[in-house]
Ligand binder design. Structure first.
Ligand SMILES: NC(=O)c1ccc[n+]([C@@H]2O[C@H](COP(=O)([O-])OP(=O)(O)OC[C@H]3O[C@@H](n4cnc5c(N)ncnc54)[C@H](OP(=O)(O)O)[C@@H]3O)[C@@H](O)[C@H]2O)c1
Length: 325
C-alpha cells in the first residue's frame, strides 16, 4: 500500500486527506514513478479551491515530482525500471508515494541533479524557460518587471534573466523578500505593499517604462502592470495568486499604449515531446552550470500537504517548497 493525497470536494486545506491505496499498474504508454520528492505549486491550490476544475472527483493533486521509474507500461521505449526521472505535467496525483503518468511527460534526470532540486525546479524552471526564452525572447540589455520575484518561479526567473544580461525589477511583499530577490540577481526591487510601483518603475527606467511585465499575481496587479509598460509592450499574465483577472475590456490595451497581452501556460509551450525535451535541456543546462540555483526554502512531509499549501497561499514561503513522501 502507498500514501496518496486526495480531495473529494473543493475548499480549504482541510479537504485534503491522506489515503492508503494500492499503487496502480501503468497502462500502455505510461510509467509508474516512485517519488523521492514532490513539487508544491500555486496551481495545486487552484485545483483544490475549484478555480481550475479537477477532471474527476475524488481527485489526486500535484503535477511535479522526481524519483525512480518503478514499472513501465507496454510500448514505452525511452524509459526503463530504475531510471532517475522527473516530470512537471500530466494527470493530477503527484502528491503520492507512487505516481502513474504518460511516459512522454517524463524525462531522464542527469546524475548530478538531485531529486529534491528537480522536484523544486521542473515546473517553475520550465515556466521560467518559456517566459524568458519564448513568450518574450529576451536578448540581454532589457529592463523588465517581474512580480512576486522572491517566490518559486520568481527566484528562478531572476537568476535566469540575470544570466541573460537582463535587468530585473522585481516586486516583493516584504524587506526580507527584497533581499532574497537581490541575492537572486534582481537589479532593483519594489515592495508593492508599500510603494507606488508605477512611479518607481518610471524612476528606475528614466521614464522609458518596460517592454514586458511578467505578472502571476493577477487581479491585484493587473492595472499597475499595464501602466508599467512602454508603448506596444507585452503584458504576460501567467497566474492568479491574488485572484483571477476578470471582466477585461480589450479597449484598455489601446488606452494604455497599443499593448499586447498573452495568457500563457506551460502546457501550451511544452505541448510536444520534442519541445518538452528541448526546454528540459535548457533548464538542466542552467542548473548544471550553476547559473540557476534552486532555493528549497520549505520542506514538508506528504501528510503536511495542507499546511504547506496554506503557507504558500498566505505568502509565508520564499523560493521553492517540496513535499517528501
Ligand atoms: N502559467 C503558467 O504556466 C504557470 C506555471 C507556474 C506558475 N504559474 C503561476 O506563477 C505564480 C507563482 O507560482 P509559485 O508556485 O512559484 O508561487 P510563489 O511565487 O512561490 O507564491 C506566490 C507569491 O505571490 C505573491 N502574492 C501576491 N499577492 C498574493 C496574494 N494575494 N496571495 C498569495 N500570494 C500573493 C506572494 O509573494 P509576495 O509576498 O512577495 O507578494 C507569494 O509568495 C502563481 O500565480 C502560479 O499560478 C503559472
Amino acid at each position: 500500500m502507498a500514501k496518496r493525497i486526495q480531495f473529494a470536494r473543493t475548499g480549504g486545506p482541510e479537504v485534503l486527506e491522506t489515503v492508503e491505496v494500492e499503487p496502480s499498474e501503468p497502462k500502455a504508454g505510461e510509467v509508474r514513478v516512485k517519488n523521492h520528492a514532490i513539487g508544491l505549486n500555486f496551481i495545486d491550490i487552484y485545483f483544490r479551491t475549484g478555480l481550475y476544475p479537477a477532471p474527476a472527483m475524488p481527485s489526486g493533486l500535484g503535477t511535479e515530482g522526481a524519483g525512480v521509474v518503478d514499472a513501465v507500461g507496454e510500448g514505452v521505449t525511452h524509459l526503463e525500471v530504475g531510471d532517475r526521472v522527473a516530470y512537471a505535467q500530466g494527470p493530477l496525483g503527484a502528491y503520492s508515494q507512487y505516481h502513474v503518468l504518460p511516459a512522454d511527460k517524463v524525462v531522464q534526470l542527469p546524475e548530478d541533479i538531485p531529486f529534491e532540486t528537480a522536484a523544486a525546479a521542473m515546473l517553475k524552471g520550465l515556466t521560467s524557460q518559456y517566459l524568458l526564452r519564448q513568450t518574450f525572447p529576451l536578448e540581454g540589455g532589457e529592463t523588465i518587471l517581474f512580480h512576486a520575484a522572491a517566490g518559486g518561479v520568481g527566484s528562478i526567473a531572476c537568476q535566469w534573466a540575470k544570466a541573460l544580461g537582463v535587468r530585473v525589477i522585481g516586486t516583493v511583499g516584504s524587506a526580507e523578500k527584497a533581499e532574497l530577490a537581490m541575492n537572486n540577481g534582481a537589479w532593483a526591487t519594489i515592495n508593492y505593499r508599500e510603494e507606488n510601483v508605477v512611479e518607481r518603475v518610471r524612476e528606475l527606467t528614466n521614464g522609458a517604462m518596460v517592454p514586458v511585465v511578467y505578472d502571476s499575481v493577477g487581479k491585484d496587479t493587473w492595472t499597475t502592470s499595464l501602466d508599467c509598460l512602454a508603448p506596444r509592450g507585452l503584458m504576460v499574465s501567467f497566474g492568479n495568486a491574488s485572484g483571477a483577472v476578470e471582466g477585461v475590456n480589450v479597449g484598455i490595451l489601446n488606452q494604455k499604449g497599443s499593448l499586447y497581452l498573452t495568457r500563457p501556460s506551460l502546457n501550451g509551450y511544452a505541448d510536444t515531446r520534442e519541445r518538452f525535451e528541448e526546454m528540459c535541456l535548457d533548464l538542466f543546462d542552467m542548473l548544471e552550470s550553476g547559473k540557476v540555483k534552486v532555493d528549497i526554502a520549505q520542506r514538508f512531509t506528504l501528510d503536511e500537504a495542507g499546511k504547506a499549501q496554506e503557507a504558500l497561499a498566505s505568502r509565508r514561503t520564499t523560493g521553492s517548497t517540496i513535499l517528501i513522501p
